[in-house]
Design a protein around this ligand. Structure first.
Ligand SMILES: O=C(O)CCC(=O)C(=O)O
Length: 333
């Protein structure tokens, strides 16, 4: 698998999109540190204005949500620490968020990081519950949808201190592997301290509009337990042949796709991966209504439950050697 993935990255080298200087900076930081945090206004993205205009509306939506929102959740499990806005609501009332994730300049950066054509799994807009619980993505983990997973977080409120629950991570150069935890599946702070001293942990803080790029399959990270209701938009990307399709689907924007009534370029459509067929046709666009829970896929084909993050199987020495022997085929290798 790894060898085939690397070979595809090598073939993709010729097609790498060019980057702006800030794009090059982000890619370099992801390679070095695994995380890059930049203010939204420093990103030369055509859709920034629309996103900024939509932010107050998103915050209002989130303010109205409480723990009862989980009863009408369009996602599966994995939301015990937060309440999200449903994908169909985003598609119809906050499409600027979904479309920002498809901005061609953002896709260029993500494509350079992954080194392959990318699949966009959508955006999750959510608010943390202030309950002090170490659950879900508040535990230390590496994302396992694919060999490379890029998450782009946009803070919708100030996250300038530890109490606001910043994205916390162990930088790539110090990041352990699952094997270092000897089979422990619930990696809380105490477990992490045993393997990586706390002074090596980093926190991505910043005011409203801070954009955090994370190579989240390559480093241990978590959302620090907040003392206030942090609000966040989280965008997710993998290759188009992810290692764990079920995990990709469990937390995806799939229920929102039938309501995306926006013009898309061929590249943007292709980034929707296996969901392109769910886009409304021109004829059906005007009759789409926001439902509480709808997907064009039959129930039997939908997989909602977010699976526990699998512990990655140790690589065989032969595969490791083959991968190390090859030259770096992607920006993050
Ligand atoms: O909430 C955060 O800051 C981290 C989110 C996270 O770890 C994830 O989505 O995998």
């Amino acid at each position: 698998m790894q060898v085939r993935y690397r070979a595809s990255q090598v073939r993709h080298l010729r097609r790498r999109p060019p980057l702006s200087s800030i794009g090059r900076h982000i890619v370099a930081e992801l390679r070095r540190e695994g995380v890059a945090a930049v203010p939204l206004e420093e990103l030369p993205f055509a859709s920034n204005r629309a996103l900024l205009d939509a932010m107050p509306r998103a915050r209002q939506h989130l303010d109205r949500l409480d723990a009862r929102a989980s009863r009408t959740l369009e996602y599966g499990e994995g939301f015990e620490h937060c309440v999200p806005i449903n994908p169909s609501t985003i598609a119809t009332q906050l499409p600027e968020f979904f479309m920002w994730g498809l901005d061609e300049s953002l896709l260029d950066i993500v494509e350079r990081c992954i080194g392959l054509d990318v699949a966009y799994h959508g955006v999750c807009i959510r608010k943390e519950l202030v309950d002090g619980k170490a659950v879900g993505t508040r535990l230390w983990h590496r994302d396992a949808e694919d060999l490379d997973v890029i998450r782009v977080l946009v803070y919708l409120n100030d996250v300038v201190d530890d109490e606001s629950g910043p994205f916390e991570y162990v930088p790539r150069h110090s990041s352990p592997s699952y094997r270092d935890f000897h089979g422990v599946e619930r990696i809380d702070d105490e477990q992490m301290r045993r393997v990586v001293p706390e002074w090596r942990w980093r926190r991505a803080k910043g005011p409203t509009g801070t954009v955090v790029f994370g190579a989240v399959a390559k480093l241990f990270h978590r959302g620090k337990i907040p003392l206030s209701a942090r609000k966040l938009a989280s965008f997710c990307y993998t290759s188009r042949h992810p290692t764990d399709e079920r995990l990709c689907r469990s937390y995806s924007f799939e229920p929102g796709i039938p309501f995306v009534d926006e013009p898309l370029t061929d590249r943007q459509r292709a980034c929707l991966w296996k969901y392109q067929e769910l886009l409304p046709t021109t004829a059906s666009r005007s009759v789409q209504r926001r439902p509480e829970m709808v997907s064009a896929r039959p129930e039997s084909q939908r997989v909602f439950a977010r699976m526990p993050l699998p512990v990655r199987a140790p690589r065989s020495p032969m595969v490791t050697a083959a991968v190390q022997a090859s030259f770096a085929p992607s920006e993050l290798t």
